[in-house]
Ligand binder design. Structure first.
Ligand code: AMP
Length: 380
């Protein structure tokens, strides 16, 4: 496949049409690229900003081939795209990162097995395909533990916490016969992530170690420059570097970690695309994760990942609409707060509708300001 750069004016195809594709489209259009998006949705967050929105199922391979013929390079913003879709697209245009990366990352069991085989530190786990397997796995790993569906899960969906043997039957029933993974519960001290990028020439860069706070298994607050000891910071970045190299990633990939007792780093999950914990980079870094994805998939040199100012991001979930439209003006009375809304019409509870980034004198100040701005949304 040619490694000549795909220059501004060319068309980038995005599989998936959510907020990640939307922010990617902003970055791409700003640099003079055209953007086409394909997904089963209509009037989508990415479609609002794309030059062309194709509404088709991912397994409609005629539509996928037609889409791929009209673009110069293809990327994705949603990792649960079928292998048949990326294989079909790759016959007409380069797919970056390659479909093989998706196949490792879209299936928890494949991902964990791959990480373990490559020697990366991963949360202890067992494959579970029956109630007997679950009983054996619980015996081997001990309780508490977390049972997760093996395929197509995200944001804590398809997860059941287990604290006592009596809960195994009901938990297995919740999996509805689907293959699953039992993971030891990690009594973590912090959750952190490293969002990183790798160019077509193999060059690696990263946005440092970001501290992530979750609520109900969904990311709530992300603050760069996590306060972790220097050896932990170095190890997290080394692990991320090794993963991007070993997977031969061209593009952005995020590694989510638990920091367990004794500062032990364990990989929880990989996301082979820009990630929610990297949204702050849009406002706070010289090059955002979205611009970097454009640069990487187009074979251009990667940009600086330097942080411009201490910043923190808070997610805005649909729950904030419970009492009507949030008070945007109140949140924006702080001048150093940036509002991002994804253009989703229906604010369902738990649905990611937008985020805000606040700047501050230091990371704690930025984090307090971000939370304060979000609290102000509920005030009349
Ligand atoms: P996941 O969708 O697997 O990233 O899980 C979402 C969140 O659930 C994580 O960010 C953690 O806060 C929590 N969680 C998931 N797995 C575990 C585990 N094995 N031990 C402790 N907490 C977990």
């Amino acid at each position: 496949m040619s490694s000549r750069p795909i220059l501004p004016g060319a068309t980038i195809g995005v599989l998936g049409s959510g907020q990640l594709g939307r922010m990617f489209a902003v970055a791409a259009r700003r640099m003079g690229y055209r953007v086409h998006t394909l997904s089963p949705a209509e009037d989508s967050p990415t479609g609002h900003l794309a030059d062309r929105e194709v509404t088709a199922a991912y397994d409609d391979l005629d539509a996928v081939a037609d889409f791929a013929r009209q673009v110069d390079v293809i990327t994705f913003e949603f990792e649960n795209v079928l292998a048949a879709t990326t294989d079909c697209a790759a016959r007409h245009a380069p797919v970056r990162p390659a479909g093989e990366v998706l196949q490792v990352c879209q299936h928890r069991l494949h991902e964990k097995t791959w990480l373990q085989r490559q020697g990366f530190p991963v949360t202890p786990f067992r494959r579970v395909a029956s109630l007997d397997d679950l009983r054996e796995a619980a015996e081997a790993l001990g309780l508490p533990a977390v049972l997760k569906t093996a395929g197509f899960g995200y944001d804590g969906k398809g997860q059941v916490g287990l604290t006592a043997p009596e809960q195994l039957d009901a938990a297995w029933q919740e999996m509805a016969g689907a293959e699953a993974v039992l993971e030891a519960f990690v009594p973590f001290e912090r959750e952190v992530s490293v969002t990183a990028a790798r160019g077509l020439d193999g060059r690696f860069c990263h946005w440092g170690v970001v501290e992530n706070e979750h609520r109900n298994h969904v990311l709530d607050v992300s603050t760069p420059e996590a306060p972790v000891p220097e050896p932990v910071r170095r190890e997290a970045i080394e692990v991320a570097h090794g993963i991007l190299d070993d997977l031969n990633v061209v593009g952005v990939l995020c590694v989510e970690f638990f920091i367990g007792p004794g500062d032990r780093l364990l990989v929880n999950e990989l996301a082979p695309r820009p990630h929610n914990s990297g949204h702050f980079t849009f406002d706070a870094s010289v090059t955002s994760q979205f611009e970097q994805q454009v640069r990487a998939v187009c074979g251009l040199p990667l940009g600086s990942t330097a942080l411009l100012r201490p910043a923190s991001m808070v997610n805005l979930l649909g729950d904030l609409w419970a009492d009507g439209e949030p008070n945007w003006a109140a949140a924006l009375t702080q001048p150093a707060v940036k509002l991002h809304l994804y253009g989703k019409a229906e604010p369902r509870p738990g649905r990611k509708m937008g985020h805000m980034v606040a700047f501050g004198a230091d990371r704690d100040d930025a984090r307090n300001r971000a939370r304060h701005a979000r609290n102000a949304l509920g005030k009349c």
